[in-house]
Design a protein around this ligand. Structure first.
Ligand code: ATP
Length: 328
């Protein structure tokens, strides 16, 4: 459904826009119907930039975005409007998505005027109630209220309901859980799982590995704008190949283990891998040398190699922008 092929983003920075910041490098990934794909990485790894390019809130600097088989990398005003019928985003801070001086109903009215001007009031009311029910909200509890009279979780659900009214196929959910309290978090996560089971594709942007593990079918690990590992969630979480993925996983607190236990386990794992490069081993196993890694022609990510079926890994040094001595 959604395919990003070697997507790039360079920001112009500096006082006079004289420097370049290469925020996203050659990112290739796809999201299918009824699937949650998590984009995971630390702050500044380029996750939101990717989400914004998919939502056309930012122009890409290179590569292509394909949706339902159509190249949507560059869209004019009309085409963009149509695109938004199918693709919508929900962001971290639900409060900033509402104008505090208007009741939340206005969000839905604006949507109706823009996209459904011919739908009668009673029909619209029916559709609205259906969308609210889909996100487990009671119209009576929500409509007629100002944003400050509702909780963050309720506002986040409202934004998802708004997206559902458009009958979307893809939702970009950018850190939508991070500002919610623990009990609301799980409700919103379960809502995403429910929407997925109805066929919605979700690109779930998060820095939180446990959230990614909970909701996603596949994960994409980003480091400094590059994909360093991707695959089916269980494969990546049970057998992380890239040192960065391993560091990320080791940094998650475990209820049943102390930090010392985790550290000892990781030290053992690192010792077993010392002097080895899984990336180059996987390349060699395929009879390929550095420089012959996955290419677009293989349908794989540039710079990644398939270590086991569906589980891709990149070179750590390459991701950091350094030459890899193992390949020299
Ligand atoms: N408008 C912008 N102009 C210049 N640089 C930007 C802009 N937006 C983001 N960046 C830079 O691009 C890089 C990637 O930022 P991005 O927000 O995509 O990362 P992120 O992984 O989503 O981080 P976070 O989780 O903190 O939101 C960062 O170095 C950031 O400083």
């Amino acid at each position: 459904m959604l395919t990003l092929d070697r997507l790039d983003k360079v920001y112009r920075t500096g006082t006079f826009g004289t420097s370049d910041l290469h925020a996203v490098r050659q990112v290739t990934l796809d999201v299918q119907r009824g699937e949650v794909v998590s984009l995971i990485g630390e702050s500044g790894s380029g996750k939101s930039t990717i989400g914004k390019m998919v939502l056309h809130l930012l122009d890409s600097s290179g590569g292509t975005i394909t949706f339902d088989g159509r190249d949507v990398t560059h869209l004019g005003f009309r085409a963009r409007r149509e695109y938004y019928r199918k693709v919508q985003g929900v962001f971290q801070d639900p409060f900033s998505s509402f104008n505090p001086i208007f009741k939340v109903d206005r969000t839905f009215e604006t949507l109706r005027r823009s996209y459904f001007p011919r739908v009668s009031s009673s029909d619209w009311r029916g559709r609205l109630e259906e969308a609210l029910a889909a996100v487990s909200l009671e119209p009576g509890d929500i409509l007629g209220k100002f944003p400050h009279q509702l909780s963050g979780g309720q506002l986040q659900r409202l934004l998802i309901a708004r997206a559902l009214l458009l009958d979307i196929e893809l939702l970009v959910a950018d850190e939508i859980i991070s500002m919610l309290d623990a009990s609301t978090r799980i409700d919103v996560l379960n809502l995403l799982v429910e929407l997925k089971s109805r066929g919605l594709g979700i690109l779930f942007v998060t820095h939180d590995l446990s959230l990614g593990n909970y909701v996603s079918d596949r994960v994409v690990i980003l480091y400094k704008g590059r994909v360093v590992e991707r695959g089916v969630t269980a494969a990546v979480f049970d057998d992380p190949l890239h040192p960065y993925t391993r560091d990320l996983l080791a940094s998650v607190p475990h209820l049943d283990r102390t930090w010392e236990d985790v550290e000892a386990e990781e030290a053992e794992r690192s010792a077993a891998l010392a002097g080895r490069c899984l990336y180059h081993e996987a390349l060699a196993a395929q009879g390929r040398a550095l420089g012959e890694e996955a290419s677009a022609a293989d349908g794989d990510d540039v710079g990644l190699v398939e270590h086991s079926p569906g589980h891709f890994v990149g070179c750590f040094r390459l991701a950091a922008g350094d030459p890899c001595p193992a390949g020299a």
